[in-house]
Ligand binder design. Structure first.
Ligand code: ASP
Length: 425
């Protein structure tokens, strides 16, 4: 992001906030501008994910290196999602925001009207491998696309020479999509202005929301603190690997994080995150592989939300949760966070699985719905931040390993020479 753009974005935020407070109706009337911006991002997101993944995997080429990058990513994701859930559970146990709230809040609710899709392990696996990849793409299901792209790329690598034109085609396509995103980025200030302004206007107009906030205030504060702590430990990693350039990292990460806030979708933010990775000078192939992969499974903010909400409901219902039941919430929240889709309120669908595992009625979700839209914005920001830090970390480790390998080469060569000499002698 150049300086001019950075100031334009700041200006659009200030104007959006002022517009939302003082001209709410007008801001809601121009919300379509922001929707247009998000639609354009989404339009490019899926073809970009596919071509970026295929391009990245085939240019890494070496399946061993690809495997190790994949393993580092999965290890990071597991650690990050687990920390998120642990932070959330510890905070809830310490501050107990649900204790003392009337259980009628949950029990009086009619069954939730929200997507009451069941999600057990087998149906989760089936969603990963749908019979029709185009239909999955149309429903914005990113997991099957990611899996399909990975298998497709590995097949290209093993076919070898005759698959070269296919690989070149995808590399070319990816460059074209990246160009389109760079053009789209010029619209960011307009998109931010309209989306932020209309969101604030909506909150200002919804007095009911403000009234019901009181009972939930402690829960919201505790959850926000958890998200902040999650960002903080990852910032420590950024400081460790980027040292003096840590602030530059934050500056470049701010654009995708703002986009995450206004779009509530990690998938829609992915194109912007890829541009940020370029500005951060992360290795191209690593970023193009790790970012989409991490956006699919590294929804740490969502996992934390699922765990804290479930425990919050249990506290309201006066359910005593033993350590074993909390371990159950811990495990299901990790799976639910990794299985959630990076779309607005995507986490609510998988939350049903966590609620069921703790025997909490799914109708309890109704309690969260008035706040979910705003909380979603913050957890999406944390999800996107987590994916960027994950990419930077994996890049750091794999570059260091690569360097070690290159440095080790002459040693092994001279060792081979010595061996030859001995053999000849
Ligand atoms: N909106 C979140 C995301 O896109 C998912 C969720 O927590 O609902 O990352």
């Amino acid at each position: 992001m150049n300086n001019k753009m950075f100031y334009l974005i700041l200006l659009s935020i200030v104007l959006g906030i002022l517009g939302g407070i003082f001209l709410p109706e007008q801001m809601i009337a121009i919300r379509w501008l922001g929707t247009l911006f998000i639609n354009l991002l989404k339009l490019i997101a899926l073809p970009l994910i596919f071509s970026a993944l295929v391009g990245a995997i085939t240019s890494i080429g070496n399946t061993k290196r690809l495997g190790s990058i994949g393993v580092y990513t999965i290890m990071y994701v597991l650690a990050s999602v687990s920390f998120a859930v642990i932070i959330g559970l510890v905070l809830l146990n310490v501050f107990k925001p649900g204790v003392g709230l009337p259980s009628e809040l949950i029990l009086a609710n009619v069954p939730a009207t929200h997507p009451a899709k069941t999600l057990d392990f087998s149906s989760f696996l089936l969603t990963l491998f749908p019979p029709n990849i185009v239909a999955a793409a149309a429903k914005f299901e990113i997991m099957p696309i990611v899996f399909f792209s990975i298998v497709f790329s590995i097949a290209c690598i093993s076919v070898g020479e005759s698959a070269k034109p296919v690989m070149n085609l995808f590399n070319g396509l990816r460059d074209v999509f990246v160009k389109m995103i760079i053009w789209l980025m010029y619209l960011t200030p307009i998109g931010l202005f309209s989306l932020l302004g209309s969101a604030i206007a909506e909150a200002a107009l919804q007095k009911r929301l403000m009234e019901s906030v009181r009972g939930m205030l402690l829960f919201i504060i505790v959850f926000m603190t958890g998200l902040f702590l999650q960002c903080l430990w990852q910032y420590a990693i950024v400081r460790f690997i980027k040292r003096k350039k840590a602030n530059e990292f934050i500056r470049h990460a701010s654009n995708p994080m703002l986009t995450a806030f206004v779009s509530s979708s990690s998938i829609a933010t992915l194109p912007v995150a890829l541009i940020a990775a370029k500005q951060l000078k992360l290795t191209d192939e690593v970023a193009r592989f790790v970012l989409p992969f991490s956006t699919t499974i590294n929804l740490a903010g969502t996992a934390m939300y699922e765990a804290v909400s479930t425990l919050f409901f249990c506290q309201i219902l006066g359910m005593h949760l033993s350590i074993t039941s909390q371990i159950g919430i811990f495990i299901t929240s990790i799976v639910a966070g990794m299985g959630a889709t990076g779309i607005p309120e995507g986490g609510l669908v998988t939350m049903i699985m966590v609620l069921r595992s703790a025997n909490v009625p799914t109708s309890a979700l109704v309690l969260l719905l008035p706040f979910d839209r705003i909380l979603d914005r913050f957890r999406t920001m944390v999800n996107v931040w987590g994916s960027l830090v994950c990419t930077a970390t994996v890049d750091h480790i794999s570059t260091a390993k690569q360097r070690q390998f290159i440095e080790a080469e002459p040693v092994s060569a001279s060792y081979a020479d010595q061996k030859n000499d001995v053999a000849i002698a």
